[in-house]
Design a protein around this ligand. Structure first.
Ligand SMILES: [Fe+2]
Length: 225
């Protein structure tokens, strides 16, 4: 079976469920084959990460939304409140992974090519150099306890770059309503353990070889203008 799938920009695609029009979410296709990011990330990791882990977040997010819809229709306030953590965790997992896939690209398609244009200039102005930014994100990723994400984002209100970490599946917006992710690095063990075992710093180092700076630059131009 060909693993190549069509590019889709609809990473938060929704599908109507039921006559009330409740929207559910579907797993987005990857814009490259599972093996296209090798040797930085193995095909086995990519396939499991996408088909199993991301799919589970989508499934559980939809389940929680259906329960929320039912509880709201019954006026069941305690269940509405109880569901918030499942919605945050699984909805965040869906949002974060949908960004993560776009943050990566095969080398033959420009993966790892340094940022150009306004984002490249902003990185130099804010962090001193691209290498300094990478070192900072790698250090924060290596130091992050447990599972979470390291982000390069732009504050669209104050028009400056930020580096942040979030725990579990919290999206970057939980650190500030005006923060928009440019790059998100998944530092959950499921993202690297099969290939890198417990050596998270090596995973972080090699991930930059397939980073899609072109995508990050497009988001930056849109959000900082
Ligand atoms: Fe993940």
């Amino acid at each position: 079976m060909a693993l190549r799938t069509l590019i889709t920009r609809k990473t938060l695609r929704t599908a109507p469920l039921g006559c009330r029009g409740l929207q559910t979410y579907t797993l987005p296709d990857l814009p490259y084959d599972y093996g296209d990011l090798q040797p930085a990330i193995s095909a086995e990791i990519m396939q499991l990460h996408h088909q199993k882990h991301h799919q589970t977040y989508v499934t559980n997010f939809n389940n929680a939304l259906e329960q929320l819809d039912s509880a709201m229709n019954k006026g069941d306030a305690s269940t509405v409140v109880k569901l918030q953590s499942a919605i945050k965790f699984n909805g965040g997992g869906h949002v974060n992974h949908s960004i993560f896939w776009k943050n990566l690209a095969p080398v033959r398609e420009g993966g790892g090519e340094p940022p150009k244009g306004s984002l490249g200039s902003a990185i130099n102005n804010h962090f001193g150099s691209l290498e300094a930014l990478i070192q900072k994100m790698n250090a924060e990723g290596a130091a992050l306890q447990g599972s979470g994400w390291v982000w390069l984002g732009v504050d669209k209100e104050f028009k400056h770059l930020v580096v942040e970490t979030t725990a579990n599946q919290d999206p970057l917006v939980t650190k500030g309503a005006s923060l928009v992710p440019l790059l998100g690095i998944d530092v959950w063990e499921h993202a690297y353990y099969l290939q890198y075992k417990n050596v998270r710093p090596d995973y972080l180092k090699n991930l930059w070889k397939v980073m899609n700076w072109k995508f990050a630059g497009e988001v930056y131009d849109k959000e900082s203008s």
